[in-house]
Design a protein around this ligand. Structure first.
Ligand SMILES: NC(=O)c1ccc[n+]([C@@H]2O[C@H](COP(=O)([O-])OP(=O)(O)OC[C@H]3O[C@@H](n4cnc5c(N)ncnc54)[C@H](OP(=O)(O)O)[C@@H]3O)[C@@H](O)[C@H]2O)c1
Length: 237
C-alpha cells in the first residue's frame, strides 16, 4: 500500500471536526498538510494545533477566485480531501419547501466541491486522489428531508463522475453516519442517542474513526469512483 511519507495533502474543511482529524492522521503518516477553511483565525489556530508539517490558508469554497488562489498558493500536491460543509437546514415538509434557500445550501457541499475539483486538477499529481464527503441520509431518507437526501447523492455522483473524468487521478467519497465532531456533539446527548441507539454499533463514531477512511482512500491506489461508508452499520438497519 502506498505510504503518505513526503506526500502533500490538502484538506479543505480542515479547521475542525473530521477534516482536522484527517489532517492530523495524514501528518502522523508522514505527509505535509495544508488545511483550508473560510475563517482565517480558525485556520491559523488549527494549523498551530497540528504543529510541525502543517500550514493553513483561508479559502471560501463559495467563491471561485478564492478557490483558485488557494490551489495556486498550494502548488503541486498529491491528495485533496474535501470536508467543508455548513450546517444550515434543508429540512421540512415538501409542500413548504423554500426552494431558493435550499439552493443556497448546495453552495458549499456540492458546488464548493466542484470548484475545488476544477482547480485541484491543475496542480494534483497524476497518481493522486480527491476524496469528497457525503452523508448517510443519501441512503436512509427520512420524512421531512428529501432535499438533504438529494444533496447527499450529489456528492457521491460527483465523486463517481470525477473518477471517470479526471483519471488517472482517483476520486472517491466517504459517506458519514453520525460522527461526533464538535458540531454534532452540540446537538446534545439525547438527540445523538435517538440517531444511534438502533445501529449495529450503537453510538456515534469518533472523528478519528472517520479519518481512517480518508487515509485508506488516499493510499488505495487501485480504488476509484467508490463510496466508503463509515456509519456504524447504519446502512444495514
Ligand atoms: N459529523 C457528521 O455526523 C456528518 C454526517 C454526515 C455528513 N457530514 C458532513 O461532513 C463534513 C464534515 O463534518 P464535520 O462534522 O467535521 O463538520 P465541521 O466541523 O463543521 O467542519 C466543516 C468545516 O467546513 C469549513 N467550512 C464551512 N464553510 C466553508 C466555506 N465556505 N469554505 C471553506 N470551508 C468552509 C468549516 O470551517 P470555517 O467555519 O472556518 O469555514 C469547518 O472547518 C460536513 O460537510 C458535514 O456536513 C458530517
Amino acid at each position: 500500500m502506498a505510504k503518505l511519507d513526503g506526500a502533500k495533502v490538502l484538506v479543505i474543511g480542515g479547521a475542525s471536526g473530521v477534516g482536522l482529524a484527517v489532517a492530523s492522521a495524514a501528518l502522523e503518516a508522514g505527509a505535509e498538510v495544508v488545511i483550508g477553511s473560510s475563517q482565517a483565525p480558525r485556520v491559523e489556530a488549527a494549523a498551530g494545533k497540528l504543529g510541525k508539517g502543517a500550514t493553513g490558508r483561508a479559502v471560501d469554497v463559495r467563491n471561485e477566485a478564492s478557490v483558485a488562489a488557494f490551489f495556486e498558493a498550494a502548488g503541486p500536491f498529491n491528495h485533496l480531501v474535501f470536508t467543508a460543509g455548513d450546517w444550515g437546514h434543508m429540512f421540512g415538509p415538501t409542500r413548504d419547501l423554500d426552494v431558493e434557500a435550499s439552493k443556497a445550501r448546495m453552495e458549499i457541499r456540492y458546488w464548493g466541491a466542484a470548484r475545488a475539483a476544477k482547480h485541484a486538477i491543475r496542480q494534483i499529481d497524476k497518481d493522486g486522489s480527491i476524496t469528497l464527503t457525503g452523508g448517510m441520509l443519501a441512503h436512509r431518507p427520512m420524512p421531512g428531508a428529501p432535499l438533504t437526501t438529494a444533496s447527499a447523492h450529489t456528492t457521491e455522483g460527483l465523486a463517481m463522475g470525477l473518477a471517470r473524468d479526471l483519471a488517472p487521478v482517483r476520486a472517491n467519497a466517504v459517506c458519514l453516519g453520525l460522527i461526533l465532531s464538535e458540531q454534532v456533539q452540540s446537538m446534545g446527548e439525547a438527540t445523538i442517542k435517538s440517531f444511534t441507539a438502533n445501529l449495529p454499533l450503537p453510538r456515534g463514531g469518533t472523528v478519528e474513526e472517520a479519518a481512517e477512511a480518508y487515509l485508506y482512500l488516499m493510499r488505495a491506489t487501485y480504488v476509484t469512483g467508490q463510496i466508503v461508508r463509515v456509519d456504524g452499520g447504519g446502512s444495514l438497519v
